[in-house]
Design a protein around this ligand. Sequence first.
Ligand SMILES: [Zn+2]
Ligand SMILES: [Zn+2]
Length: 274
Amino acid sequence: MIDLHSHTNESDGTYSPAELVDEAVRRNLEALAITDHDTFAGYDQAVHIAGAKGLDLVCGIEINTRMARGDGNRERAWSIHLLGYFLREPPTFSFREWLLELLETRRKRNSKLVRKLQSMGVDIELSEVQALGRTLTGRPHFARVLMNKAYVSTTEEAFRKYLGESAPGFVNRDSPHTVMGIQQIEAADGMAVLAHPVRLGVRDPGQEEEKRRLRFSRRCEAEHSPGHGRQRESERSTKGAGGIEEKIAESGADSAETADSTNRVKVMPEDAGL
Ligand SMILES: [Zn+2]
Ligand SMILES: [Zn+2]
C-alpha cells in the first residue's frame, strides 16, 4: 500500500513530518509522498528520517491553481489542485523561489480576508489566524478562529457563511493558472497529476478529457520527447518494473485518490479550502 497524498503540520496536516513517517512505517506503507501545499518544509525534515527507517519517501507538492473555461459571456473558473511528484531531489532553487511567490499571494489574500470579515462585523485579527497557520495560513485556520469565537460551530458552517466561494466574505486568491502550475512542476523534473478530481464534480465529456489530459501530461511527454524519454527510462530501470512511478503513471490521480480514501495517513478535510 502506498499513500501519495499527505500533508504535514507544515501545511494543513496534523502530524509533524517525523510523526507522519512513523505512522507510515507503522502501517507498513511501501512509499509515502509528502504533498504539502506550497512548501517543502515538511519534506525537507522528513527525508533523512524516512531514509533511516527504510521508507521510500516521494518528493511531492500540492499547488492550488485556477482554470477558466467558457466563451467570455459564461466564463467559469475552477479551482484545480495539482500534485507534483518526483521533483528533483532536492527540489530546485527556482521552484522553491516560485513557491515563495505563491506564499505571497496567500499572505495578500489573508490580509484582504481579515479586512472583509472585519467589515462584516467579525472580531478577528490576522495575528490570531497566523498563530494557528504559521507560514501556510489559509481559510481552514480562519474557520478555526471563527469556531473558537463561536461565530460558527463547524468548519462547514464557516465556509458556507463566511469563507466559501459563494459566501459574502469570500476573497479570491491570485492563484496561478493550471497550465503554469504544470509547467513549473515539469520544469522541476516532476510529474503533474490532478488532485482529488472527484471534487471537481464535472460530468461534461470535454472536461473529463481535460482532466485526463492533465493527469497524463507528464507521461505523454516521457513517451514522446526523446530527452525526457531517456531520462524516464533510466529512472524506471533504477526503480524497477512496476515501481511507484509506474503505478502513478498507469492509474493517474486515481491511485492518489485510492490511497487517500482507503489508507490515508493524514489528510485534512479542509484541504480544498486552504
Ligand atoms: Zn491535499
Ligand atoms: Zn487539494
